[in-house]
Design a protein around this ligand. Structure first.
Ligand SMILES: [Zn+2]
Ligand SMILES: [Zn+2]
Length: 372
């Protein structure tokens, strides 16, 4: 039996690099050799035991790679050696949910999210891609792995916050939290034509990146409650759209308090426990507000569109890839990312250790902040 190197979830707070069986494709499936992948905030939730997955599973859901092997039925569409990305969400394109346009809920609640959740993920030398015809997205030849690394999840998710909020030209928008997803939501608000974009976070360095990506005002929550200032900036009304990109009671509540009557709260965070809506912010339930939630849009057409934005230089996300590690050094990379040390935004992981470039000063974003 052929084996491969992979990062396996062993149980709460434990991951390990192990040799595991290498996947083989059945009809309609493909195996890609992973060239670059990354760590997501959701992986941190999983490893900390806050989102349940089975011990023994290979984690990771952000694959960039090369087609290694094709199952039957794919030869006419794809070829071995082709560079591809696959969305974090892999819809089948055939089920009730897919055919009703909610691809991320493929097969049932959250069902489109398979990698590193219900099947083995991308922190490995090889990855089995289900429903390959719907999900393998060829990378334009002029783009590097790092150019497209954020497309499978972070860019797709962040942008979807602006899309689901149905931001219109001239809208005012507040984006709560400027981690990688919040930063992509800020960029999304700009792409959708918002006039006033307010970026909110507790870390100055992230607010600096937010200003580069499209925020015209940034508010540091360490300086106090951001909502009165948001009201002041919008003639006392509140913003048309608030995007929540952290998944905490406090940011959810602030996003609700920040929108005007008739406004929209577009929520991207992953919550745990119970979420409550305060009476005043909810206008006793009579404020004509909308609350929408979105799970990362996936599938090859979504990936093609995101990569087209990058290939045509409408978007450049490479500055968000702040650190580079060999997959073998996952413990070190995970520790850095999960504790948000050293100004980290996203880490690139390479199964081929020779591709990991360190130290990372050349692409670090701004100076290190004391609060990191
Ligand atoms: Zn993710
Ligand atoms: Zn489906």
């Amino acid at each position: 039996m052929k084996t491969m190197k992979a990062v396996v979830f062993k149980g709460k707070d434990q991951i390990a690099v192990e040799e595991v069986p290498r996947p083989a494709p059945r009809a309609g499936e493909a195996v890609i050799g992973i060239t670059t992948t990354t760590i997501c905030g959701t992986d941190v939730h999983i490893v900390r035991g806050e989102y349940p997955v089975k011990p023994g599973l290979v984690l990771g859901h952000e694959p960039v790679g090369v087609i290694e092997e094709l199952g039957a039925g794919l030869e006419e569409t794809y070829s071995v050696g082709q560079r591809v990305i696959v969305g974090a969400i892999t819809p089948c394109g055939q089920c009730f949910y897919c055919l009703n346009g909610t691809h991320s809920q493929c097969g049932g609640a959250l069902g489109g999210w398979r990698f590193g959740n219900t099947i083995n993920g991308a922190w490995a030398e090889y990855l089995l891609v289900p429903d390959a015809r719907a999900n393998l997205a060829p990378i334009p030849p002029e783009l590097s792995d790092e150019d497209v690394l954020l497309c499978p999840d972070i860019f797709s998710t962040g942008l979807s916050g602006a899309e689901s909020g149905q931001i219109k030209v001239g809208d005012s928008v507040a984006v709560f939290a400027q981690g990688p997803i919040g930063l992509c939501a800020t960029l999304g608000a700009k792409l959708k034509g918002a006039s006033l974009i307010i970026g909110i976070d507790a870390v100055n360095q992230r607010l600096e990146v937010a200003r580069r990506l499209g925020a015209n005002v940034t508010l540091n929550t360490q300086d106090g409650d951001p909502v009165p200032e948001i009201k002041r900036l919008t003639e006392g009304r509140g913003v048309d759209v608030a995007i929540e990109a952290l998944g905490r009671q406090e940011t959810f509540e602030n996003a609700l308090r920040a929108i005007r009557p008739g406004g929209t709260l577009s929520s991207l965070g992953v919550y745990s426990g119970k979420l409550t809506a305060p009476y005043e912010a909810f206008y006793a339930g009579l404020g004509d507000q909308k609350i929408v939630t979105t799970l990362c849009p996936g599938g090859k057409e979504r990936m093609r569109r995101l990569m087209a934005m990058i290939a045509n230089r409408r978007v450049d996300l490479t500055s968000l890839v702040s650190h580079h590690f060999a997959l073998d050094d996952i413990q070190e990379a995970f520790d850095l990312f999960s504790h948000q040390r050293d100004g980290v935004l996203k880490v690139a992981l390479y199964p081929d250790a020779a591709r990991a470039v360190r130290p990372t000063a050349a692409v670090a974003v701004g100076a290190m902040d004391e609060q990191c």
